[in-house]
Design a protein around this ligand. Structure first.
Ligand code: 6R9
Length: 600
């Protein structure tokens, strides 16, 4: 398990500080003090279940607020000005905590009516709309486990995730349903379908033994009152499918107890308070969109903004101004895209409402940090974590000075470090494995039906192995260096090369394919495929386009290679493993290093 660092990232390391005023009004005013006195047991007391022993995250997020402060407080602001058949003027809506209690009760009732049970997995495959949030809340109400699926996924990706999770039902729209291979999913019994214009024409799919139900019709008939199903802290919360460097995507299962971590990090890292308007730009198809788009802010009773539709710089600025967003959680690629749109358009909007900004998903390059600070007056703060960690682990904090480019320091009550292959902590400025001491509240419960994969993360005793490399400096800041496996972060989204390669070789012209992440100024990395062609196919730009389009249509737009290079053969080891290290060297025009294990 020797440490290999991914290709030099374009993050420039700096020794420039972001300094904070001595007296800053932050939920965690003093990091050192917070670490010293910290006990997760004390955080548990913030939840009703610590007294009642009745656990359900929907009670802590919605019902307890609806009974008090949240009766009239907006929980969700939704805005999507794009006209559609059903909403010719677009959508501009508000839901109080009370509204969400009623709506999620309705959907919980619908699920119960069709015998969806506690801990059943139910896929939620919807565009970013209020119904997506209501569906997830309704599933929590009856103790089912949502499996959120990103809207861009196509048939192959959907099939893998639905069959692995053995989902009993799916909530989706009429047009997204076309990507669900109904005949290949023996566990799927119910489809809750959202109309997008005319009625959804739900009908009985008797031949496949799958029942279709019209979401809106069912909701109308359902009761607005439904008591949550009570569980224990160890019951399942959510499954997010995520990619590794080998094999298909794996289901990361979290437990109800994770809310303890979501809550406290939202309080101290996002610095959320009662009067904030908070905007997390991530889709709930990814972990940031649930942990910090749903669980964290709502267990704290905070108003959240959700923007529908596609990324449009000016619409983002408008949203900040329209809702007077005070805390904003986004990603480096988004900041860089705003930056590339130019500074002129930022001048038309006011960002005065912003008081705190955080960033996640990939290293925040100093140039993007400085630009956001210049335009909004607020410096974005790094947060490092993973689908598997469930919550933020290494961060820069609102009250603390930090070095531009540094990833940050471990959250109080957690311990992250840099170790060698034996798990020994390394001296400052030495590159090693980025690890987290096991036992933080939002640590994944299991990899769904895959114990060996789960165990791989814990092969150094006492530590969770992140798969990232890093070093610690003498001031205790951890600096992310790269991935030590072949996982690609493209525009902040995690993509496994194996999934893309599997999609590529389905194309009739492709004999072999090897996929890597190629450093890119805007997206962090782009997906690049090396392809050898079957005989009878000639290399051409048109073929490149066709192959990329093929992946876009079968797997997902964000997983389609933006660059393709044809090669004679894809380099493999004698045991048949693709040597992506060699591909990266080819791409960068560098020497390939030791190739003694390469097949002849
Ligand atoms: C939340 C999320 C996890 C991987 C992680 C690392 C990269 C995330 C980062 C960062 C540098 C940061 N990553 N935050 N790298 N600086 N602040 O992104 O989860 O999609 O599972 O990705 O993302 O490589 O291992 P996930």
């Amino acid at each position: 398990m020797a440490i290999k660092t991914a290709p030099a990232s374009f993050v420039q390391k700096t020794s420039e500080w972001v300094r904070k005023p001595k007296r800053i009004d932050a939920n965690m005013p003093d990091y050192a003090k917070a670490c010293k006195n910290f006990k997760w047991k004390n955080v548990e007391k913030e939840f009703d279940w610590s007294r009642t022993k009745k656990v359900n995250i929907v009670h802590e997020m919605i019902d307890r607020h609806a009974a008090g402060i949240g009766k009239n407080r907006v929980a969700l602001y939704f805005w999507d000005p794009t006209p559609s058949a059903l909403y010719p003027k677009g959508r501009d809506e508000k839901y109080t905590f009370m509204d969400l209690k009623k709506e999620s009760s309705r959907f919980g009732g619908v699920l119960k009516k069709y015998k969806i049970k506690k801990q059943d997995r139910v896929a939620v495959f919807l565009p970013r709309t209020p119904e997506l949030y209501i569906s997830i809340l309704g599933l929590h109400r009856i103790g089912a486990i949502p499996v959120p699926l990103f809207e861009a996924f196509m048939e192959a990706a959907i099939e893998d995730r639905l069959s692995d999770s053995e989902a009993a039902a799916i909530v989706t729209t009429k047009s997204l349903l076309k990507r669900v291979p109904l005949g290949k999913l023996p566990h799927l019994k119910h489809i809750f379908i959202l109309a997008e214009g005319e009625a959804s024409q739900a009908n009985d799919e008797t031949s496949l033994n799958i029942q279709m139900h019209d979401y809106h019709q069912e909701m109308e008939q359902a009761s607005t009152q439904l008591e949550p199903i009570w569980m224990t802290v160890n019951d399942g919360l959510v499954i997010h499918y995520t990619s590794g460097s080998t094999g298909k995507s794996k289901g990361v299962l979290h437990r109800q107890y994770a809310m303890v971590g979501h809550y406290q990090t939202s309080k101290w890292v996002l610095d959320l308070r009662q009067d904030d308007v908070y905007w997390c730009t991530a889709d709930p198809g990814w972990v940031t969109g649930t942990s910090y788009g749903i669980y964290g802010p709502w267990t704290l009773g905070i108003s959240s903004v959700v923007l529908g539709g596609r990324f449009q710089p000016e619409r983002w600025y408008q949203a900040i101004e329209k809702y007077q967003v005070s805390v904003w959680y986004s990603a480096p690629t988004a900041f860089r895209m705003l930056m590339s749109h130019g500074e002129a358009s930022t001048k038309k909007y006011s960002f005065k409402s912003l008081r705190h900004i955080c960033s996640v998903g990939e290293p925040l390059n100093p140039e993007a940090l400085r630009w956001v600070r210049k335009v909004t007056g607020v410096a974005p703060h790094e947060t490092w974590w993973m689908t598997e960690t469930g919550m933020q682990i290494i961060c820069n904090y609102r009250s603390g000075d930090f070095k531009i480019g540094a990833t940050g320091k471990p959250f109080p009550g957690t311990y992250a470090s840099v170790v060698d292959d034996a798990g020994k902590e390394l001296p400052p400025n030495t590159l090693g494995h980025l690890v987290v001491r096991t036992g933080w509240p939002s640590m994944m419960k299991e990899i769904w039906k895959n114990k060996p994969k789960f165990d791989e993360y814990f092969r150094i005793k006492g530590w969770y192995l992140s798969g990232d490399t890093a070093y610690k400096d003498k001031d205790g800041f951890i600096w992310f260096a790269g991935r030590e496996d072949d996982v690609i972060k493209t525009a902040g989204e995690r993509v496994g090369p194996f999934e893309v390669e599997s999609a590529l070789v389905q194309h009739p012209a492709v004999a072999e394919a090897g996929v890597i992440g190629k450093p890119d100024k805007l997206r962090g990395h782009i997906i690049k495929a090396f392809i050898s062609l079957r005989s009878g196919f000639g290399a051409s730009d048109n073929l490149k386009k066709e192959i990329s389009e093929f992946v876009r249509k079968n797997l997902a737009a964000h997983a389609a290679p933006r660059e393709i290079e044809f090669c004679e053969r894809v380099p493999k080891t004698r045991s048949g493993k693709i040597m992506r290290r060699v591909l990266r060297a080819w791409d960068q025009g560098l020497p390939v290093g030791d190739i003694s294990t390469m097949e002849e």
